[in-house]
Design a binder for this molecule. Structure first.
Ligand code: HEM
Length: 242
């Protein structure tokens, strides 16, 4: 039988052949994986939906892409994801504008370093990267507070949009040896979630929705109120829904 991650954690041994991780440590590892896998995609997708409901033209563009790539006679499959570039651009924009936390997890420098020929970081410094500072930096992003997925589309040659940014112009999965090891899985889950929600349902805002206020307040207080309230109506044939 194939081992899953829990089997691997339980059977890990130290150099003397003794069990490496205690039950408490295994629980902590599993909890961390579950939080990383659930919280990041749901936060990005919820914000992408809110922004797209606030600018219905963007929603229409994404639906057009889904109708072309997938059609309406089957559900979105993993093999469709490389071609759903507009949907991925919307997710990148949600990562840029609405990160799940203000800072990346702290790192400690293991030696003296000079960054960008300007900044001296002494050995032992605790370094925090500001996700908001990167994603909303007006020197990097034109009209930084505007949700504009088009900025992530690769103009020449129509290359594939990916959710990582190795130059750290925005912080999605971070980079380097402590960067997220779940890039492939995280990208698949997030893109599939948004693609299936948009493909399977027509979304609208209830009367007197506070969606616009939510987005406006996120410009001044980025970690202000969620959840988003929205109505979903099936848009595919009845047999398509299990
Ligand atoms: C959209 C989905 C995800 C996003 C945006 C995301 C983002 C991140 C970020 C920003 C970090 C910190 C990197 C750093 O310290 O510089 C991180 C670390 C980590 N992520 Fe993810 N992640 C996602 C999904 C996942 C998934 C699916 C898994 C595993 C199943 C995972 C496992 C981890 C682990 C174990 C670390 C700690 C790595 C280390 O400290 O060396 N993540 N993630």
């Amino acid at each position: 039988m194939e081992e899953d991650i829990l089997d691997v954690l339980i059977t890990l041994k130290d150099t003397n052949g003794n069990t490496l991780l205690s039950v408490k440590e295994i629980k902590a590892q599993v909890l961390e994986l579950m939080l990383a896998t659930v919280d990041n995609p749901s936060n990005a997708v919820e914000w992408a939906l809110a922004e797209m409901l606030n600018q219905p033209k963007l929603m229409q563009k994404a639906i057009k892409e889904l109708n072309t790539v997938v059609g309406i006679n089957r559900l979105v499959q993993e093999s469709d994801l490389p071609r759903l570039n507009y949907v991925k651009a919307c997710i990148r924009e949600a990562f840029r504008l609405h990160p799940i936390s203000p800072f990346n997890v702290p790192h400690v420098s293991i030696s003296d370093a000079i960054i960008g020929e300007k900044y001296f970081i002494p050995k032992g410094s605790r370094v925090l990267l500001s996700r908001l500072g990167l994603g909303r930096n007006p020197r990097v992003w034109e009209d930084p507070l505007k949700f504009k997925p088009e900025r992530h589309l690769i103009k020449e040659g129509g290359g594939e949009v990916v959710l990582t940014d190795s130059k750290l112009r925005l912080l999605s999965f971070s980079t380097g040896r402590r960067g997220c090891p779940g890039v492939k899985l995280g990208s698949t889950i997030t893109t599939m979630l948004l693609a299936r929600l948009l493909h399977g349902f027509a979304w609208s805002l209830p009367p007197n929705s506070s969606c616009n206020d939510l987005i406006e307040s996120s410009k001044t207080d980025p970690f202000d109120t969620l959840p988003l309230l929205a109505k979903a109506k099936p848009r595919l044939a009845k047999v398509m829904y299990p």
